[in-house]
Design a protein around this ligand. Structure first.
Ligand code: FE2
Length: 280
C-alpha cells in the first residue's frame, strides 16, 4: 500500500493493518528478550495484577510509577488465595510496561527501527515522541479480556495526536484474543479520561456514558509480523484468550512533540527522563 493510501485509509477508518511489517526473526528476538526479562522477575504476593475489568492495578504505586520503568503485571487470577502463583511464572504475566522502548536495548532497537520511524512519517507525524510501550502476553487460557476503550482515555493530549502501534509477535486470531475495532469510531469523540486525583489515586471522568456499540466491532485477525495502527480515539477491545496458544503483542504509543500533555494523565515520566523521538 502506497504511503498516501496508508494515511488516507488510517484517517478514514481510524486504523490500518500492515501485514509483514516486521520479520519473523524480529518477532522471535523480541519474544526471547521478554522471556529473559520475565526470568529475572521475582513475583511476590504483593505483585500487581492488571485487569481492565476490575481496574485492580489503578491505584498501585508500581503501576503509577511505571511510565519511566520496566514493571511486571500479573494476570487476573494468576495468584491463589495465599498469594502463590497458580502456574509457571512465564505463563502468569499479563504484561510488562511502560518504558521498555527507552530502558532495554533490544526493545529500543525494535521500537526505533527505520521502518517504524518511516511509518510515523507516513502517518504525518512531524516530530514524533515515543510515549509508552507494553509487552502483552495474552496467556493461553487465562489471558484476560481488555474491555472496549479508546487509548486517548489513558493517554490524552491536545490537540489529539496519540497513536498506537500494535505489533503482532504471534498470529492473532479470534480464539486467542485478536483485536476488535469499530471502523470509523475515532470520529465519535472521547468518552472518558482516566486521571490522577489531586489527593492520590486515580479515577475515570466520564463525558459520554452511552454504551459502546459492541456488535459493530470487527475482528482484526493478523499473522505474526503485522502492525495495526490505532487512532487514539478508535474504540477497540480484545477477548480473553481461551485457546491453548499465547498471543504475544508489543504496543508502542507515539505522540506529536509540542502537544499539551496534562499533568493529570496517569502516565508520567520521572524528572530527568524526557520523552525521546526516533533519533535518540
Ligand atoms: Fe488500547
Amino acid at each position: 500500500m502506497a504511503a498516501l493510501d496508508r494515511r488516507g485509509t488510517f484517517e478514514r477508518d481510524g486504523f490500518l493493518v500492515l501485514e509483514g511489517f516486521r520479520t519473523p526473526q524480529d518477532c522471535r528476538e523480541l519474544q526471547a528478550r521478554a522471556l529473559e526479562l520475565v526470568a529475572g522477575f521475582d513475583p511476590t504476593p504483593a505483585s500487581p495484577v492488571f485487569s481492565t475489568r476490575t481496574q485492580a492495578h489503578a491505584n498501585d504505586d508500581t503501576f503509577l510509577s511505571s511510565g519511566g520503568a520496566i514493571r511486571f503485571f500479573l494476570e487476573d487470577g494468576a495468584l491463589d488465595t495465599a498469594g502463590r502463583l497458580c502456574r509457571p511464572k512465564a505463563e502468569s504475566i499479563h504484561k510488562i510496561g511502560h518504558a521498555l522502548h527507552d530502558l532495554d536495548p533490544v526493545f529500543e532497537r525494535f521500537s526505533r527501527a527505520p521502518e517504524v520511524a518511516g511509518l510515523a512519517r507516513e502517518l504525518a507525524f512531524v516530530q514524533p515522541l515515543l510515549l509508552q510501550s507494553m509487552y502483552i502476553f495474552k496467556q493461553p487460557r487465562i489471558g484476560g479480556e481488555v474491555v472496549c476503550h479508546q487509548d486517548a482515555t489513558f493517554l490524552y493530549d491536545e490537540p489529539q495526536s496519540v497513536t498506537g502501534l500494535w505489533f503482532a509477535l504471534e498470529d492473532a486470531r479470534r480464539d486467542n484474543g485478536c483485536l476488535w475495532v469499530l471502523p470509523g469510531g475515532h470520529r465519535g469523540g472521547l468518552k472518558s479520561r482516566f486521571v490522577r486525583r489531586p489527593g492520590g489515586g486515580t479515577s475515570f471522568v466520564h463525558f459520554d456514558t452511552t454504551p459502546w456499540p459492541e456488535g459493530q466491532l470487527v475482528p482484526l485477525e493478523v499473522p505474526c509480523g503485522s502492525v495495526i495502527v490505532l487512532h487514539g480515539l478508535l474504540p477497540h477491545r480484545s477477548d480473553a484468550n481461551r485457546s491453548p496458544r499465547s498471543r504475544h503483542a508489543y504496543t508502542l504509543h507515539l505522540l506529536e512533540s509540542g502537544t499539551s500533555y496534562p499533568a493529570d494523565n496517569w502516565l508520567q515520566r520521572p524528572p530527568g527522563m524526557p520523552l525521546r523521538g526516533f533519533d535518540g
